[in-house]
Design a protein around this ligand. Structure first.
Ligand code: H53
Length: 800
């Protein structure tokens, strides 16, 4: 634990940085200058434990974990630093003494959106937990110039603008000019001295930027190393001197494209190629970097599996398999068999989706053109795997193989190159064994293991919900933030009225705070006494925001028909972005906004039903919404949501879940008990059976009076100023196709919502359920998840 820091000392350090790092005087400083100065002052506190951690790891030759991920959705780092170092009171007082508002300064940091959703946020939670548990780890990813786009609504349609988190200097990172690796693309493979030699046609530089990641109480500090693409040559002087400035700048611009944006649209061939290059770029740079570190201490490549564990977060870094084999063969002179065996002892792969369209595939032609040597190695790895299976008397069926139908299958490649393959919830892992990887699982029955996701309680409880945290500390004592099973102490208090009141008072205060923010940002007045019903996640058909908004419209119909019906007041809140190229998801956003506008404009709904959809949902907005939520919507089509992590964050903050038996909902149901969760709908087996039998959505719509009415209203333009065409694609899809079975689940969802209404009508009962949701959440801490990876996957021992 770093030395205690007095507020006066921190104020002095902040003032010093303001002048000497930022170059401003207090009288001229803006809020961002103060925030940058404070960040520097805090960063200074992290550097010593960072150095100490590095020394410790070298001195004890600890086995290292490398987490390779295209996404790290870290959000604001000042928050993690202040919170994990226990500096909030000191920082608050220090800034106050300098005449600066601490809360405003915290909110001034741009939200680093280097990710899309669950997968990227999971990586960020894992970084926090690996540092908290004292595991020698590095995160490796891309330092995108522009993270996930900024969302706004124009007439209810989603508009995307480039995000600009680096517009101000980023105070947490250290540029490492010594860690720069050339990364090649294209070209050809020749043979020299009997060894294959890849001669790339094009080379860009991967330049390292390090961000220290302090764990709880700053006992251990790991590194997040992000790569930025730079040209090998800044510009061509010759065309420049000729006055052709465009030609002079072209090489630099092209090189920098690689780390320019998160998720370039890959519906064009150029976009596809860029994405493959991004994946190879960061994977190759990371492997070079970690191999240098390994060989600085060891001569024998055979030791790699015992000293290093590499985790591939999804298939995005799957090229790590062939790249590692290439390094060992072409650069270190090992034979193929030995190189492949080493790779298979070192690499591990996490699968995050069963949806076949989301498992990456690359045209073999593209792979061979961009990475010709890797293509040869992939063929060889695949052939070796097939031969091995034949020799073992378990020949591979045709459904298995890294190259099929002219495409390179990154799922199969990751599987055959990994020592362990894990799913992210019990149900998902079970389905992996039975569906996408059925044949590979039969060949390697020990390879697939489950590691249910988790979330860091430091950020998702302690930092975002200080009021509830104070109540928890009273009940469970200090230190629960790093030992979340201690929340179990709350269970027996669920029957204690005074305790329940304290929990609900914290919730109420958070709701008032959110209501003020909604008023200020959306111009809507909402009643903090109403039920806050929240669905926050990427907009995707399988997550079924559509079902939510259809039920909302049906509820509106019911409330208008029967104005005296005892329906508790609700505020239904949506948050989320649609991928720019995903037309149906964008159409659903527009429908939500149209239905929302209609309901909010109905005077009869005042104080009874309101719809809120603030634009640009991100980590910071999640931190506002989650502590104030009463109801958590987790309503995906069963079998589609690999795990979910928002479901865990919301339950941890005392929201009750309405959901299907999907992903980690199944484990949440088990943990909180059937009385404290609202489960409805088809389960995963029902879904596949219904699909196999031939699902007829039109029949389901016809059978449901409520749903039919809403569909007819949509078609009549009731929510779209009389324009019946506007939402036609959504309505047609629902009645004619409905792959995600909204129509089949609609009525049971409606019934579940009415059970929610009934439960809400009993405030004591609701409060009891809320407490019984928080109490068993220890198992959803990412510390528990990381201990599982350490034990079952990486074979490392946490220091703490
Ligand atoms: O990964 C989360 C899961 C969630 C799943 C999500 C995910 C992405 O965010 C992106 C791509 C992908 O294939 C999966 O949808 O269910 O909780 C972390 O495991």
């Amino acid at each position: 634990m770093p030395r205690e820091l007095a507020p006066a000392e921190l104020a002095e350090a902040t003032r010093h940085h303001l002048v000497y790092s930022i170059g401003k005087t207090p009288d001229a400083a803006k809020l961002s200058d103060w925030r940058l100065a404070l960040s520097r002052a805090i960063r200074d506190r992290i550097v010593d434990p960072w150095v100490a951690t590095t020394r410790h790891v070298y001195a004890h030759d600890l086995k290292r974990v490398y987490y390779l991920s295209m996404e790290f959705l870290i959000g604001r780092l000042i928050e993690d630093a202040v919170n994990n170092l226990g500096l909030e009171p000191a920082a608050r007082e220090a800034l106050a003494s300098l005449g600066v508002d601490f809360d405003a300064a915290m909110l001034d940091e741009p939200d680093a959106a280097l990710g899309n959703g669950g997968l990227g946020r999971l990586a960020a939670c894992f970084l926090d937990s690996m540092s908290t548990l004292g595991i020698a780890a590095h995160g490796y990813g891309i330092r995108y110039d522009h993270g996930l786009f900024r969302q706004s609504f124009r007439d209810g349609w989603q508009i995307e603008d480039a995000e600009d988190w680096l517009a101000q200097s980023h105070p947490w990172e250290f540029e490492r000019t010594e860690a720069v690796w050339p990364i090649g693309f294209g070209g050809e493979v020749t043979t020299r001295d009997g060894r294959p030699r890849w001669e790339p046609a094009e080379t860009v530089l991967a330049a390292a930027y390090d961000t220290p990641i302090p764990g709880w109480q700053g006992r251990w500090v790991n590194t997040l190393r992000l790569w930025s693409a730079k040209p090998t040559k800044i510009f061509d002087l010759e065309p420049f001197n000729r006055g052709d400035y465009m030609a002079a700048a072209a090489p630099a611009v092209l090189a920098q494209t690689i780390s320019r944006v998160l998720y370039p649209d890959d519906t064009t061939p150029q976009g596809k190629e860029l994405r493959l290059k991004q994946e190879y770029f960061f994977t190759a740079a990371s492997l070079r970097d970690l191999m240098r570190r390994f060989f600085s201490d060891h001569d024998d490549a055979g030791l790699l599996p015992s000293r290093v564990a590499i985790q591939l977060n999804d298939t995005h870094p799957a090229i790590a398999g062939p790249e590692l084999v290439r390094i060992l063969m072409d650069e270190r002179g090992l034979g193929f068999d030995e190189a492949f065996a080493i790779a298979r002892g070192t690499l591990h792969y996490t699968n995050h989706t069963l949806m076949p369209e989301a498992l990456e595939k690359w045209p073999a032609e593209l792979m061979a053109r961009v990475l010709p040597r890797h293509m040869q190695i992939i063929e060889r790895m695949d052939a070796a795997h097939a031969a091995e299976m034949r020799a073992a008397g378990r020949p591979r069926p045709d459904s298995v193989g890294c190259i099929r139908d002219g495409e390179v299958r990154m799922g199969d490649l990751s599987f055959i190159a990994a020592r362990r393959v894990n799913g992210v919830s019990a149900l998902h892992t079970d389905l992996m064994r039975r569906t996408v990887f059925r044949d590979l699982h039969a060949l390697h029955p020990d390879r697939i293991v489950n590691q249910t996701n988790g979330v860091t309680p430091r950020r998702w409880l302690r930092s975002c919900n200080p009021k509830l945290s104070a109540v928890i500390t009273e009940a469970a004592g200090e230190g629960w933030e790093a030992d979340l099973d201690r929340l179990a102490a709350l269970g027996p208090l669920a029957g204690d009225a005074a305790f329940r009141e304290r929990v609900m008072a914290a919730k109420q205060a958070n709701k008032r705070h959110l209501a003020d923010w909604i008023g200020a940002t959306c111009g809507l007045t909402v009643d903090p006494g109403a039920m806050f019903d929240v669905q926050i996640k990427r907009i995707h058909e399988y997550k079924r925001q559509l079902m939510n908004v259809l039920e909302l419209a049906a509820l509106w119909n019911e409330m208008r028909r029967d104005p005296g019906a005892p329906v508790p007041p609700r505020v239904r809140i949506f948050g989320g972005k649609a991928a720019p190229g995903y037309a149906m998801a964008k159409a659903i956003i527009k429908l939500i906004n149209d239905i929302g506008r209609t309901i909010n404009a109905d005077p009869a709904m005042k104080g009874r039903l309101a719809v809120v959809y603030p634009p640009n949902y991100n980590v910071t907005m999640a931190e506002r919404l989650i502590p104030a939520a009463d109801l958590s919507e987790q309503i995906s089509t069963a079998g589609m949501e690999a795990s979910g992590t928002g479901n865990m964050k919301l339950a941890m903050n005392g929201a009750l879940t309405i959901g299907t038996m999907d992903g980690a909902n199944v484990e949440i149901h088990e943990a909180v008990g059937a009385d404290n969760i609202f489960i409805f709908g088809l389960d995963a087996e029902d879904v596949s059976r219904l699909r196999a039998e031939g699902y007829d959505p039109g029949a389901h719509v016809a059978r449901s009076g409520r749903l039919s009415e809403v569909v007819a209203q949509i078609r009549a333009g009731v929510f779209s100023d009389g324009d019946g065409e506007r939402h036609r694609a959504v309505a047609d899809n629902l009645t004619g196709h409905d792959w995600f079975m909204v129509a089949a689940d609609f009525d049971t969802y409606w019934d579940a919502q009415r059970r929610v209404d009934a439960a809400w009508a009993d405030p004591n009962g609701w409060a009891r359920k809320a407490v019984l949701n928080i109490a068993p959440m220890g198992r959803f801490s990412s510390d528990r998840t990381i201990r599982g990876y350490a034990r079952d996957v990486w074979q490392v021992t946490p220091q703490f």
